[in-house]
Design a binder for this molecule. Structure first.
Ligand code: ADP
Length: 169
């Protein structure tokens, strides 16, 4: 099991092997953490995403899946793009959110990444309640077998930091 750490800060500034992006299915960028990663990482990431769309994901990357690209100018080697579910009261999509963490760790293992930074997937524009999103994130990482040595949750504000850090027993 990976060592889990929590920091409050900007995920684009993390010196890790892989940074996970809460992307949208188009892979063509968006707001929030996705916009920040593309802005800081530069056009190489978008170009790689366009290539992936053309070669594999013409219909978009399915929710819960993860795919790596270069990290461009970020102080990381790779960006792993994953598509979180939108929160809805009508349907329980928890397993799709858990799948984002599992699939991202699987991609990290395939890359040989030892340190991986995650944002709080789906808890922004996609509306997932923060405490529940934090619980699913930490429980899933704790339950996933991986060669990754450090999983660093990078939380943008204090409220998110507290929600995540308080999930550790
Ligand atoms: P989603 O569409 O999956 O909800 P968002 O990007 O809207 O994705 O939000 C996911 C989380 O990322 C939110 O908690 C938001 O505060 C956070 N976030 C936004 N920018 C950054 C950043 N630069 N570093 C880390 N977290 C960020």
């Amino acid at each position: 099991m990976a060592t889990i750490t929590f920091v409050q800060g900007d995920i684009t500034r993390q010196h890790v092997d892989a940074v996970v992006n809460a992307a949208n299915s188009s892979l063509l960028g968006g707001g929030g953490v996705d916009g920040a990663i593309h802005r800081a990482g530069g056009p190489a990431i978008l170009n790689a995403c366009r290539d992936l769309r053309a070669s594999h994901y013409g219909k978009g990357l399915p929710t819960g899946k993860a795919v790596p690209t270069t990290a461009g100018n970020l102080p990381a080697r790779w960006v792993i793009h994953t598509v979180g579910p939108r929160f809805t009261h009508e349907e329980d999509r928890s397993d799709l959110l858990a799948s984002c963490y599992r699939e991202s760790l699987k991609a990290a293992d395939e890359l040989g990444a030892r340190t991986v930074a995650f944002p709080a997937i789906s808890t922004g524009v996609y509306g997932w309640p923060l405490d529940d999103g934090a619980r699913i994130a930490v429980e899933t990482v704790r339950a996933t077998e991986t060669s990754v040595e450090e999983v660093r949750f990078v939380l943008f504000d204090e409220r998110a930091y507290e929600a995540f850090a308080s999930q550790m027993p």
